[in-house]
Design a protein around this ligand. Structure first.
Ligand SMILES: Cc1cc2nc3c(=O)[nH]c(=O)nc-3n(C[C@H](O)[C@H](O)[C@H](O)COP(=O)(O)O)c2cc1C
Length: 374
């Protein structure tokens, strides 16, 4: 069997965790926790266990409290019942030799009264982010949220800490703070969505304050090497008014500089999905990940649109330490083996991304090895 040497398939020491390879499964919301308590199910445990040959799995985004809910049938990690459900997921992954971090998120202004018992969503400011919420009746336009009080921000930070503790109790190997466009944290970072005049608004330092408060809070539960954060600095079109602007580059320089002192497991960075020419972040277009490499001393997990080939290239070049794959894991539970044996990848069915019960969730088979793939 041909197994061309690939850095992607090398073992990797992530602090005290030994990853079997440098292939990370990125978080994928699949909306299969279709029960009133938003409790992870046995089918979810099977789904994750099927993908345990990844060096590390990042769970789907999970809610840190009821106000953070902004999508139907997505599990939470704020009740004891949910913790019990997650225990079966982490056990199934560990039994199959894998590692799994919990991704902790809050959708802020992306929520909808239909998901909040008729209450308005909470956000940094009362500004409609002009996006969409996935409600029980399908996608609906976002509404103008209610501005969080400072006390509510402090409480939310504590909810992240509690969720981090719950993740530990549930047997996760670490946590990733979900801060990609669409979520509460980037709404704080955004000059358009955050119009506060207190210590959480205005300057770059103030707008990013919540990140460090969350990281300081979860550090009371997890050692820093088991904590990660995921950003999408250049997401252009998918999340209404939360877009890169003139302050994005200095903002991320400031954040990364400060993160240098946190010794995190990694910073997970989503790349550009569109041409950045003519945008305020145009200068990031060329050698995108090198910009982050030059501004951050810790580990970088690179994401977006990677193939086996491009992932091996970025690892060889040294502009990332690990590479994550999202969509390819949907139809290829054995993605690592397919990379290893140079097997073709299966296409996923978008109709079953967020619905369809078992179908399109645990039904994708492993590849059948054929002599012709040698
Ligand atoms: C169905 C689906 C659900 C996703 N859910 C999440 C999520 O819960 N949290 C998150 O950080 N990213 C989520 N993403 C983004 C992926 O983690 C990843 O960043 C993106 O798919 C790009 O990687 P890829 O090109 O390898 O697919 C999701 C993507 C897809 C396709």
């Amino acid at each position: 069997m041909k197994n061309i040497s690939q850095p992607l398939l090398e073992e990797y020491q992530l602090g005290d965790l030994k990853l079997k390879n440098r292939v990370v499964m990125a978080s994928l919301t699949r909306a299969r926790a279709a029960n009133p308590g938003l409790v992870p199910t046995a089918v979810m445990a099977e789904y994750y266990a099927q993908r345990a040959s990844a060096g590390l799995i990042l769970s789907e985004g999970t809610w840190v409290n009821p106000q953070s809910i902004g999508f139907i049938n997505v599990p939470g990690i704020y009740t004891q019942e949910q913790v019990e459900g997650w225990k079966s997921v982490t056990k199934a992954v560990h039994d199959n030799g894998g590692l799994i971090f919990s991704q902790l998120g809050h959708i802020g202004a992306g929520a909808h009264p239909d998901l909040q018992n008729g209450e308005l969503p909470v956000a940094p400011s009362a500004v409609n982010i002009q996006s969409q919420s996935f409600t029980p009746e399908g996608f609906k336009e976002t509404v103008t949220p209610r501005e969080m009080t400072v006390a509510e921000i402090h409480k939310t930070v504590q909810d992240y800490k509690k969720a981090a503790q719950n993740a530990k109790d549930a047997g996760f190997d670490g946590i990733e703070i979900h801060a990609i466009a669409g979520m509460l944290i980037p709404q704080f970072l955004s000059t358009a969505a955050n119009q506060r005049t207190d210590e959480y608004g205005g300057s770059i330092e103030n707008r990013s304050r919540i990140i460090f408060e969350i990281l300081d809070a979860v550090a009371e539960v997890w050692e820093s090497g088991r904590v990660a954060i995921k950003f999408s600095p250049v997401m252009l079109s998918s999340v209404g008014i939360v877009k890169p602007d003139e302050e994005t580059i200095p903002l991320f320089k400031y954040i990364l500089n400060k993160l240098d002192h946190y010794n995190l497991a990694f910073v997970h960075i989503v790349g550009p999905s569109e041409d950045l020419s003519g945008t305020p972040v145009e200068e990031l277009q060329e050698n995108y990940f090198a910009h982050f490499r030059n501004n951050y001393r810790g580990r970088i997990l690179a994401n977006l649109g990677f193939s086996k080939e491009s992932a091996n290239v970025i690892l060889k070049e040294g502009n990332a330490d690990l590479v994550s794959f999202g969509e390819p894991f949907i139809a290829n539970p054995d993605l690592v083996e397919r990379f290893k044996y140079n097997l073709p990848l299966s296409e996923s069915d978008r109709n079953t991304y967020y619905s369809g019960e078992d179908n399109g969730y645990i039904t994708y088979p492993k590849a059948v090895y054929s002599e012709s793939y040698k």
